[in-house]
Design a protein around this ligand. Structure first.
Ligand SMILES: Cc1cc2nc3c(=O)[nH]c(=O)nc-3n(C[C@H](O)[C@H](O)[C@H](O)COP(=O)(O)O)c2cc1C
Length: 363
């Protein structure tokens, strides 16, 4: 049989059929993507180590020896050991007052459950490093990091035969991560959901490819269809890393009301704003993003302080299941998400379309 045109060096490195990496917080989505021939990376930054351990067991029980990854958020700017209360107490009154006014104006209820930020890796270095130690002990095959990579991680992972994938939003960050020993670079463009830099996917991918040598570059940010996958390979990427496209899948555990918003949304309903976490992040617009964009708004705080302020709004909105208040990290490719489909179908459609586009170039 002819070699599959989609079989890249990333497929060979990871032992998978398709150069499609599914970034998700939902373990059912991750397992479905692996079963469908892709690779999956679970976002665990917000979870206590017990939950991460449980997810690792769950994925291993479902996929056997097939590899998978886990992503953590380990910002170098995080305080060493501050508690959630200590971080909150340092927030200026002006900001607390502005946040309270937003909640009053939009009638955002107080959260029903305690605001769960105590286990977030971005809150302090102690939590982040405990999460990382667990991944090393568990020998998670791929450890992915956005927003910072502690120096000891590269040697510790390589000694155990694990890969480190670094997410970057600018070429200079890629230079540094390659020097430090990253095994692959996820070059993430401005279009992406979540924390994202200022460079577009079409610029950053070939910029990183130009300096990465043999190491695979993985395109992220707006990759939602087979045409995007084909274009990424044409730019020199060895695969893609996608987040938005799985959010409204059948297996996804996000609130069905948010899935409906995602299916109805276009790129212009996303906002790239620092007002959620203190670092620029693309999300579905909501009253919180609109209010912080107003000229009267105080200057956004840095991470983790802004996140601390946001969390009570987010949790109140989620507990009350008010779609007019809710938000989610969503990328500019959201307009291509038009219906709720099983992960297997999303992946197969993406691969089929990419193959037909790429083979269409053949004489
Ligand atoms: C709901 C959601 C949450 C995300 N959270 C994280 C995160 O915790 N850590 C991270 O490195 N990236 C996070 N991302 C960004 C993804 O890793 C990925 O770079 C991005 O989704 C790619 O762009 P796309 O959404 O256009 O496919 C998140 C993305 C989504 C959709």
């Amino acid at each position: 049989m002819d070699r599959d045109i989609l079989h890249t060096k990333l497929c060979a490195m990871l032992g998978v059929e398709l150069p499609i990496i599914c970034f998700t917080h939902c373990r059912d989505v991750a397992v479905a993507a692996i079963h469908a021939g892709g690779f999956a990376v679970l976002g665990e930054a917000m979870h206590p180590t017990e939950k991460i351990e449980d997810d690792i067991r769950f994925v291993r029980a479902a996929v056997g020896d097939k590899p998978f990854g886990i992503d953590l958020v380990l910002p170098s700017s995080a305080p060493r050991s501050a508690s959630a209360e200590e971080v909150y107490s340092e927030i200026p009154d002006e900001h607390k007052h502005f946040a309270d006014e937003i909640k009053r104006k939009y009638d955002v209820p107080e959260p029903e459950r305690a605001v769960a930020l105590d286990q977030w890796g971005g809150l302090n270095k102690r939590i982040g490093h405990a999460q990382l130690d667990l991944l090393l002990d568990e020998r998670v095959p791929v450890i992915a990091t956005g927003l910072g990579t502690p120096g000891h991680l590269f040697d510790a992972a390589h000694e155990r035969g694990l890969y480190v994938f670094s997410l970057v939003g600018a070429q200079r960050q890629a230079v540094r991560q390659l020097e430090r020993g990253a095994d692959a670079i996820v070059a993430q463009g401005y279009d992406a959901a979540g924390h994202t830099g200022a460079s577009g996917t079409f610029s950053i991918v070939p910029e990183v490819v130009a300096i990465a040598g043999d190491r695979p570059v993985i395109a992220a940010g707006g990759v939602t269809t087979g045409r995007h996958l084909a274009a990424s390979l044409c730019l020199g990427a060895a695969g893609i890393w996608a987040g938005t496209v799985w959010l409204a899948s059948e297996e996804s555990d996000i609130d069905p009301l948010v899935k409906e918003r995602i299916i109805a949304a276009n790129a212009d309903e996303t906002r790239r704003t620092a007002c959620i976490s203190g670092k620029t992040m693309r999300v579905l617009r909501c009253p919180w993003t609109e209010e912080w964009e107003r000229t009267e708004a105080p200057e956004v705080l840095r991470s983790p302080y802004q996140m601390m302020l946001t969390k009570s709004y987010l949790q109140g909105a989620n507990d009350a299941r008010r779609p007019d208040l809710m938000t989610e990290a969503v990328g500019q490719g959201v307009g291509f998400v038009k219906e709720m489909l099983p992960v297997r179908e999303i992946l197969a459609d993406m691969a089929d379309e990419a193959r037909s586009v790429l083979l269409g170039f053949a004489p």
